[in-house]
Design a protein around this ligand. Structure first.
Ligand SMILES: [Fe+2]
Length: 256
């Protein structure tokens, strides 16, 4: 299957019901200036063994599989979604190009305390709603023959640590809101090169009000983060109008 399906996109826009074009979805509502991302929708993790990952997250941790389909816009690659909560998933990505072996300290940390390349996942913590639930998860994981460290009390959360397939470094925690007046250490702040005034800005980020007209795509500034594509591909992507990008990939469920 090729994921990019232009004919499908054309069909969809002339189908019955509301066409869901960007201009139809834009109500003009102006969110509050303090809008910020509200949670992780999905964390994408590479895999070479989708079945092993879905079985682990299902049998060991009780997370149902909610999706298993070709990854939109990526050849020969599929996605598996396990649900952590409604609207929050782990999304495994299996490509024949994924290297199978970890490079310790580079691609994988192996535990929640070891080094790994900047920008790589060091470990991921998933959430439960009470300390009793944390103990239940500890026992569920151990009942599947997997060793668990903890619980450990971090003050603002309590955590258990263990490993997942393909050397995932995992944590389950039960936590509370972080009180920044007590959990920002001036010594660490100084070591990070953050002065008191900068810290205040970090604690209270500037708001943003959406302007009447869309903000134009900026020119590539190589001093700023950019997605890694061959330069001509990146330029082609970033010069494609948003309304045209909308229809570039498959978007209907694979089962009617
Ligand atoms: Fe953690």
């Amino acid at each position: 299957m090729t994921a990019i399906d232009t004919q499908h996109a054309l069909d969809r826009t002339t189908d019955e019901g509301s066409p869901r074009r960007p201009e139809d979805l834009d109500t003009g509502a102006v969110p509050a200036p303090d809008l910020h991302p509200g949670g992780v929708n999905h964390l994408a993790l590479a895999t070479c063994d989708m079945k092993a990952q879905l079985e682990f997250w299902g049998d060991v941790l009780g997370c149902p599989t909610k999706g298993l389909f070709w990854m939109h816009g990526v050849e020969d690659t599929f996605h598996g979604f396990v649900e952590l909560s409604p609207g929050c998933w782990l999304s495994f990505v299996q490509s024949p190009a994924n290297p199978p072996e970890p490079v310790w300290g580079v691609s994988h940390a192996g535990n929640a305390a070891s080094p790994v390349t900047a920008g790589a996942m060091q470990h991921v913590a998933v959430d439960v709603g009470s300390f009793d639930e944390l103990l239940t998860m500890r026992d569920r994981i151990r009942s599947r023959g997997i060793q668990v460290m903890g619980p450990i009390d971090h003050g603002f959360c309590q955590s258990i640590y263990f490993a997942g397939p393909e050397n995932l470094s995992l944590e389950v925690c039960f936590g509370e809101a972080l009180d920044e007046s007590r959990w920002i250490d001036p010594e660490v702040r100084d070591l990070c090169g953050i002065d008191a005034e900068q810290m205040e800005r970090l604690k209270h980020p500037a708001g943003f009000t959406r302007p009447d007209d869309p903000v134009a795509q900026p020119e590539l500034d190589e001093s700023k983060p950019s997605m890694r594509y061959p330069r001509p591909v990146l330029d082609a992507i970033m010069s494609t109008p948003d309304a045209e990008m909308w229809d570039r990939v498959e978007n209907t469920p694979p089962v009617p």
